[in-house]
Design a protein around this ligand. Structure first.
Ligand code: 5GP
Ligand code: ZN
Length: 114
């Protein structure tokens, strides 16, 4: 279902262009428009959910597909080290309220995160 005002629903529907790196019946992965690392891919469910917790609560298999896509992409892109990140809620940095997982690679990452 396409939420009328949702940017990522529009990317899934092809109504807004994106650099798509992987797409199947369940998920779409595309390059972040403001990359924070040499590789910065967003992996999203094609169906609209507010955040990843909502995905997991509604459809555990779909949540697994998102994590599987992250691992598959990291392998395909030859990333030995990578960071997967989920921001949930505005206070934690979530700015788009369609569930997504960030896959970042190609540089080293500090811990703890900021
Ligand atoms: P969040 O801050 O919600 O965890 O992540 C949202 C991400 O979406 C940000 O990293 C931001 O750069 C990215 N983003 C926002 N608008 C667009 C867009 O129109 N196209 C693409 N490809 N990425 C976007
Ligand atoms: Zn959406």
């Amino acid at each position: 279902m396409v939420e009328m005002d949702c940017l990522f629903c529009k990317i899934v529907a092809g109504q807004i262009p994106a650099s798509i790196v992987k797409k199947n019946d369940l998920i779409t992965a595309f390059n972040d428009i403001t990359p924070q690392a040499p590789t910065h891919v967003l992996i999203i469910p094609n169906k609209h959910y507010l955040n990843m917790a909502e995905v997991a609560n509604s459809d555990l298999k779909l949540a697994g597909e998102i994590f599987k896509a992250a691992g598959d992409l990291a392998s395909e892109l030859g990333l030995e080290n990578y960071r997967t990140n989920i921001n949930t809620g505005a206070g934690a940095g979530q700015s788009v309220f369609h569930a997504h997982l960030h896959l970042l690679g190609g540089r080293s990452f500090a811990w703890p995160p900021g």
